[in-house]
Design a protein around this ligand. Structure first.
Ligand code: GDP
Length: 444
């Protein structure tokens, strides 16, 4: 998962504060030194780290922490706020042209993920904006790049304008745009050539394409695995092309986070999307606050909820909310929930989005096994319909019957019923608008 290394490191730092009553200035200095080390190790740009630490230290030494009753939580909150600010505070949407087509130009070094991201973006726009995009194949130096774009075009059913590798890319873009106007495509995504490093010829070509196409978006595609180098390269492209946004790719493999934390500060341009895998649906809108929460192991409930909503039947969600309110959540609902969760994806990834779970040592060595869920389901399926609706009926002899019916041990059945009751209690608390139950769950 993204940023694992940094998350772990920061959590160690903050856990040393936990349980402390008042914090001394010395405590805060020590913590700041550790946070600084963690960020430098995560390959965050030096100047960015310096101003970040200064900011956090000032706030941490101020009244909001020193006079607070929960100083360690306040420090974490400040770091969370400042990380959010560092990454841009709010999600920034794509620019849209007043008249069609909106023109998006993808730029970046070779291998950063431009072509893949062009495909992901088209899919995103088709799903969220009912778009009818056109790709223009402007990378004439690598025949493979054109083929790759065509393959993506076929997968998504998006037309690709190309003239092979012999034409000047500026001419190709010109004819491609003419076709888009004629066919009334509402988005045009221009894939351009990259080099292994910035060179003048490449920049010159990109500038000419920019001048001709007058794009609404120039998205710099950055490979997050290259850490703060990505920020430096982004600044180079920005200087020449005045980019409008950044897409950070390969976050799925980035344990450190240096690019994500440096790029906004260094370029002043927003990160608009993040790529989290090779597949075309693995592109997400970038939310600085959610990312900060994730880095601090505070989970990413909003993304989890959105993920759930994608697969989740709205009606069922409403029914569930109602049940929680009325406190009538029973074992049948429990099974429905299990089914929904299983649909959402690999369980250990999902678990890590829950607050308090990302760095929970209990999870570190747990490989959540789909089998465990099947066992829980087997237990519920061995209950009678009455028992499922009214767990209070589950006396010892019924529990023994359920155990033998499901092929699980009585202890396991007991444990599961106990857990179910605990979650029922928690829901009761939540339905009363009392978040104490939630707090207890988070170990506060
Ligand atoms: P381009 O040269 O900039 O057009 O880069 P490509 O689109 O060809 O991507 C280079 C490699 O990175 C390919 O193998 C992609 O599958 C891979 N890639 C792109 N985005 C991501 C991502 O978000 N996660 C992962 N794991 N791989 C990615």
């Amino acid at each position: 998962m993204a940023f694992e290394g940094l998350s772990e490191r920061l959590n160690k730092v903050f856990s040393s504060l936990r349980g402390k009553g008042k914090l001394s200035e010395d405590d805060i200095r020590t913590v700041m030194r550790e946070v600084r080390m963690a960020l430098l190790e995560a390959d965050v740009n030096f100047d960015v780290v310096k101003s970040f630490i200064k900011q956090v230290r000032e706030r941490a030494l101020g009244a909001e922490v020193m006079e607070s009753l929960t100083p360690s939580q306040q420090v974490v909150k400040i770091v969370d706020d400042e990380l959010t600010k560092l990454m841009g505070t709010e999600a920034v949407p794509l620019n849209k042209a007043p008249h069609i087509p909106t023109i998006i130009m993808m730029v970046g070094l070779q291998g950063a993920g431009k072509t893949t991201t062009a495909g992901k973006l088209a899919k995103h726009l088709m799903e969220n904006d009912k778009a009818r995009p056109l790709f223009i194949a402007g990378d004439v130096y690598r025949p493979a790049a054109i083929e790759q774009l065509k393959t993506i075009g076929e997968q998504l059913d998006v037309p690709v304008y190309d003239e092979g590798t012999d034409q000047d890319p500026v001419e190709i873009v010109k004819s491609g745009l003419a076709q888009a106007h004629e066919k009334k495509n509402d988005y045009v995504i221009i894939d351009t050539a990259g080099r292994l490093e910035i060179d003048e010829k490449l920049m010159d070509e990109l500038k000419r394409i920019k001048e001709l196409a007058q794009p609404n978006e120039i998205l710099f595609v950055a490979d997050s695995m290259t850490g703060q180098v990505a920020a430096k390269v982004a600044a180079g492209f920005d200087e020449q092309l005045d980019i409008t946004g950044v897409v950070l790719t390969k976050l799925d493999g980035d344990t450190r986070g240096g690019a994500a934390l440096s790029i906004r500060s260094v370029t002043g341009k927003p990160i608009k999307f993040i790529g989290q895998g090779e597949k075309l649906d693995q592109l997400d809108v970038f939310h600085p606050d959610r990312m900060a929460n994730r880095i601090l192991g505070m989970g990413d409930m909003l993304t989890l909820i959105e993920k759930a909503q994608q697969d989740y039947d709205q009606k069922q969600a409403q029914d569930m909310a109602q049940k929680i309110k009325e406190n009538s959540f029973d074992f049948n609902d429990f099974i429905d929930q299990m089914d929904q969760i299983q649909k959402m994806g690999p369980l250990d990834e999902i678990m890590k989005m829950i607050p308090g779970m990302a760095n929970n040592p209990a999870l570190a060595n747990v490989n959540i096994d789909e089998k465990d869920i099947s066992h829980l389901k087997a237990i519920v399926y061995s209950m009678t319909p009455q028992e499922r609706e009214d767990p209070k009926l589950l006396n010892p002899s019924r529990r023994r019957r359920i155990a033998s019916g499901s092929g699980r041990s009585v202890q396991e059945v007991n444990r599961m019923i106990k857990q179910f009751k605990q979650s029922q209690d928690m829901m009761k608390q939540m339905s009363k608008g009392n978040m104490k139950g939630m707090d207890q769950m988070l170990g506060n």
